[in-house]
Design a protein around this ligand. Structure first.
Ligand SMILES: Nc1ncnc2c1ncn2[C@@H]1O[C@H](COP(=O)(O)OP(=O)(O)O)[C@@H](O)[C@H]1O
Ligand SMILES: *[C@@H]1O[C@H](CO)[C@@H](O)[C@H](O)[C@H]1NC(C)=O
Ligand SMILES: *[C@@H]1O[C@H](CO)[C@@H](O)[C@H](O)[C@H]1NC(C)=O
Ligand SMILES: *[C@@H]1O[C@H](CO)[C@@H](O)[C@H](O)[C@H]1NC(C)=O
Ligand SMILES: *[C@@H]1O[C@H](CO)[C@@H](O)[C@H](O)[C@H]1NC(C)=O
Ligand SMILES: *[C@@H]1O[C@H](CO)[C@@H](O)[C@H](O)[C@H]1NC(C)=O
Ligand SMILES: *[C@@H]1O[C@H](CO)[C@@H](O)[C@H](O)[C@H]1NC(C)=O
Ligand SMILES: [Mg+2]
Length: 670
């Protein structure tokens, strides 16, 4: 045990002694800590106090060399063959600008202990323009090139190459390594990270291998660059080994952290954990202070500038985060297949100029509607912001929106698309320049519609509802037929809006407790009672709409001086019972007003909003009545009240729809 320890100590002591000239076959530098022996530093090359070999410092267009001062015997005879040799080193390149660098560095084997004629920049301090490529140079180099110099046929700005007598590489490759699984991993030479390089020459096969790996990574089995070339004609018997580097216009530092070399054998491994540490970056080192002083900048700016930069960065990050937040939206992969229907929140935000109050068209039960202009197409849009609290069934939700988007009828407001965002849903419709029907009916409107226009509107809404109930691939119940959802396009054609919306908004909620969706005054008694919407409940609302259009009165109105509220349909029914139904009509229907048509519309309105769902006609029948293909049954008010009793509804309170139902409907109104 003691003997063994002794021999280890003895031999390690021995290895510290300088070996005699011709015997030199290997050396190892685990850092270049002073006192540094056997290394000559030339040009701007220095050694840092902690032992980094700094080939170049922050100066422009300078060269730096470091050579092992003793010659290495590469050939046993002057005209013999080159022996095997092997070297490994760890290097790092620090550049002032992270994405750009000065020129690279190289491991060199040269006939002299220096490279006095090597020039800076792309020549990397090894050659000059006149001797580049000349066979009398006798230089072998492995370059780590960080700038693409087209005159030297460089393929890129991040490569390792084997150079013989010139800078046009015999072979080169993008920096990186092959890992255990056989995958190529990129390395960035200017990443400021230390990396290890191995260069091996075999005297039998004449194979030259250059291998790279990240710091503290095992030597990859497969070399990065490899070529077969007998170096016997290139190298002389005794040669010098070292490093060469040069800066260009970009300030950069080239470091060697450790280095070992051996002729006729493998280079001794480096003690990686003992290598000196690289300086932190960015750093305010002596070099920087020096530069600032040189430019006449006061020292205080050294402190102010980082502060300024940091605060600017913070502001920038905040700005970016805010912007992100502002335009944040939810988009899942599957949504992309809905293509054009999915719109960008950013576009909608810009289209409506940030959802300004000024562009608010109105607000309803589900949300607010804003006018906007799409940025690219200049198309006018109406954006409806619906709060979307229920987060279940999103897929169904979106596919529903898309199926609504596929509905196309000349009396429906076209749905252009949608956008989802946190707990918000944005529905984008074509903008209807003439607004909604309610604006033409109540509150002493400036513009009213004459009877012809009103009939056109009614027929439009009827055919839209018919489309939803019977023509579309599935039955769609609108659930919110009312005057403010009837929009007028440029030609005063009626276009029904908000179809499908009530259903969308109750998606994911328990069908048993589905709240009654719709607007008071348009809700049919059966709907309120059962909570179930059917096509007949739509028809009820449509009936109310007919009365509204003919009378220009709200579905729930103040009926007497006492402020008591009543239903429009009861009010009209009163007139009918009194035998003068036409007195219910709006007196300002214009001159071209067919009294019989008005009477038909009023009676059809009453029939559609009959308290008994089974007495209400279907939309198909309504269309027939409106076109005159069918004639309304000629009923007396009393017969009308009794309609549908024989169908077995039989609930007595239905007779007194007028009073009892009114109470529940009116008192629940908003
Ligand atoms: N596509 C559209 N084009 C023009 N105006 C619209 C459009 N959609 C809705 N509006 C207007 O926005 C208002 C608010 O609509 P909405 O939120 O659906 O509430 P409600 O229909 O209950 O009144 C409507 O009264 C209508 O005047
Ligand atoms: C770079 O190194 C050289 C040689 O040691 C020295 O003269 C020069 O001042 C250094 N430059 C900087 C910026 O450190
Ligand atoms: C080396 O060269 C000398 C003459 O220059 C020659 O005599 C000798 O045989 C050569 N040796 C070998 C090994 O080629
Ligand atoms: C280039 O180097 C050679 C020696 O290799 C030298 O003779 C020549 O003068 C140098 N040329 C320039 C332009 O430095
Ligand atoms: C190579 O260099 C030598 C010596 O410097 C010179 O005599 C010769 O002309 C050069 N060859 C070429 C091709 O430049
Ligand atoms: C370098 O590239 C030029 C132009 O593509 C070509 O003519 C030349 O042969 C190349 N030289 C080498 C050594 O590949
Ligand atoms: C490696 O770099 C090359 C060249 O820039 C690039 O094409 C490739 O995508 C990179 N590979 C990886 C894994 O980053
Ligand atoms: Mg609406």
């Amino acid at each position: 045990m003691f003997v063994k320890l002794f021999t280890i100590v003895f031999f390690s002591l021995l290895s510290q002694f300088p070996k005699s000239y011709s015997q030199i076959i290997d050396f190892t530098y685990n850092g270049f800590r002073p006192p540094l022996s056997d290394i000559s530093l030339q040009g701007i090359t220095t050694v840092t106090p902690n032992g980094l070999l700094m080939l170049t410092n922050y100066t422009v267009q300078k060269t730096g060399h470091a050579f092992y001062t003793k010659p290495i015997r590469f050939k046993d005879f002057p005209n013999g063959t080159v022996s095997s040799f092997s070297t490994t080193f760890v290097f790092a390149i620090h550049s002032e600008i992270p994405i750009l660098s000065g020129h690279g560095m190289a491991f060199v084997v040269a006939p002299y202990e220096s490279l006095p004629y090597g020039t800076a920049n792309q020549c990397m301090g090894i050659f000059n323009i006149t001797n580049n490529g000349n066979d009398t140079n006798h230089v072998f180099a492995v370059e780590l090139d960080t700038i693409r110099s087209s005159e030297f046929n460089d393929t890129d700005d991040n490569h390792a190459g084997i150079d013989i007598n010139g800078l046009i590489s015999v072979k080169s490759s993008w920096a990186g390594y092959w890992d255990e699984t056989g995958q190529f991993k990129n390395l960035s030479l200017i990443s400021r990270k230390p990396m290890q390089v191995w260069v091996d020459y075999d005297d039998l096969t004449h194979q030259i291998d250059v291998t790279m790996a990240p710091f503290k990574h095992d030597k990859p089995k497969k070399p990065l660059v490899s070529t077969v070339r007998d170096l016997s004609s290139v190298l002389l018997q005794d040669m010098f080994v070292g490093f060469s580097s040069a800066t260009g216009s970009v300030l950069s530092e080239h470091y060697v952290l450790g280095w070992s070399f051996q002729v006729k054998g493998k280079a001794p491994p480096l003690a990686l954990s003992r290598l000196p540490k690289l300086p932190k970056f960015p750093r305010v080192g002596p070099t920087k202070i020096h530069r600032f002083y040189k430019n006449g900048m006061p020292l205080i700016s050294l402190l102010l500038i980082p502060l300024l930069i940091i605060s600017m960065l913070i502001l920038l990050v905040r700005f970016i985060i805010r912007r992100r937040r502002k335009f944040e939206e939810e988009l899942e992969d599957w949504e992309t297949r809905f293509g054009k229907h999915r719109l960008k929140y950013k576009d909608l935000y810009h289209a409506t100029k940030g959802f300004k109050e000024k562009d608010l068209l109105g607000s309803g039960g589900f949300g607010s509607v804003y006018r906007g202009v799409m940025p690219k197409t200049n198309k006018e849009i109406a954006v409806k912001r619906v709060s979307n609290k229920s987060r279940q069934g999103l897929k169904e939700f979106v596919s529903e929106v898309v199926s609504i988007g596929r509905m196309s009828h000349r009396n429906l407001v076209p749905l252009m698309g949608y956008c989802r965002r946190r707990d918000e849903l944005l529905l984008v419709y074509d903008y209807m320049p003439n607004g909604s029907l309610d604006k033409y009916l109540y509150n002493n409107p400036e513009v009213t519609l004459d009877w012809k226009q009103r009939v056109k509107v009614i027929k439009g809404v009827a055919s839209a509802l018919f489309y939803l109930h019977e023509e579309w691939e599935q039955v769609v119940i609108h659930r919110d037929v009312k005057a403010s959802n009837v929009l007028l396009d440029a030609n005063h054609n009626a276009r029904l809006g908000d179809f499908g919306l009530a259903r969308l908004c109750s998606h994911g909620s328990d069908p048993q407790t589905t709240r009654v969706a719709g607007t008071w005054g348009y809700l049919s008694p059966d709907h309120v009672r059962t909570g179930r919407a059917t096509t007949a409940t739509d028809i009820f609302a449509f009936g109310v709409l007919l009365l509204e259009v003919a009378c220009s009165r709200r579905p729930i109105q103040i009926q007497n001086e006492g402020g008591e509220r009543g239903l429009l349909l009861d009010w009209v029914f009163e007139f009918w019972s009194d035998g003068n139904i036409l007195d219910a009509k709006d007196p300002n229907l214009g001159t071209e007003c067919d009294q019989r048509e008005v009477e038909m519309i009023l009676k059809l309105g009453l029939l559609c909003s009959h308290y008994n769902p089974q007495a209400r006609p279907s939309m198909r029948q309504v269309l027939n009545y409106l076109s005159g293909d069918d004639v309304l049954p000629d009923l007396s008010p009393l017969e009308f009240r009794g309609l549908g009793i024989h169908h077995g509804i039989g609930e007595l309170d239905m007779f007194t729809c007028g009073s009892s139902m009114v109470d529940s409907i009116v008192s629940g109104g908003r």
